[in-house]
Design a protein around this ligand. Structure first.
Ligand code: FMN
Length: 136
């Protein structure tokens, strides 16, 4: 079972979460590659059994524009997407709205929303997310 985490991040919160998740998946024995979106080639999708997407939220609960080509490509193989995670700011009305938008598309995926930068208190939620994906 080979898993890719592909994430987009501007100020580093989602990147930090992606790195924590990557460590958790590896600790559970999962072969895991972790890519910033710009380093991930759409051609390599077929080499993975599972894809986990990470995103911040933009605008009013929007998916960042740079993620749209990957989102479009994955419509051809929606079951490949097993997890969607994101960081957001609960100051905004649509907290982690991008995670909700993607979850509405990839219905079988497990989702995880974290407030800004991941903290120690978030670890249980993070470990549950990983456990659900591995068990899925
Ligand atoms: C212009 C702008 C719009 C945002 N809109 C939302 C939003 O609708 N919902 C939300 O939860 N967070 C929103 N955020 C907060 C970011 O998603 C949050 O800071 C996130 O952790 C940034 O991730 P990054 O550090 O990986 O770039 C917004 C931030 C900016 C600057």
């Amino acid at each position: 079972m080979k898993l890719a985490i592909v994430y987009t991040s501007i100020t580093g919160n989602t990147e930090e979460l992606a790195e924590i998740l990557s460590g958790c998946f590896r600790q559970q024995g999962m072969e895991t590659d972790c890519y910033p979106l710009g380093d991930f080639s759409l051609d390599s999708i077929s080499g993975y059994d599972s894809l986990v997407i990470g995103t911040y939220t933009w605008g009013d609960g929007d998916v960042p524009e740079e993620l749209l080509p990957l989102q479009q490509e994955l419509l051809h193989c929606p079951r490949l997407v097993t997890g969607i995670f994101g960081t957001g700011d609960s100051f905004y009305p649509n907290f982690c709205g991008a995670v909700d938008v993607l979850h509405d598309i990839f219905l079988d995926a497990v989702s995880l929303k974290i407030e800004l930068s991941p903290q120690r208190i978030d670890m249980l939620q993070i470990e549950n997310f990983v456990g659900q994906i591995i068990g899925a």
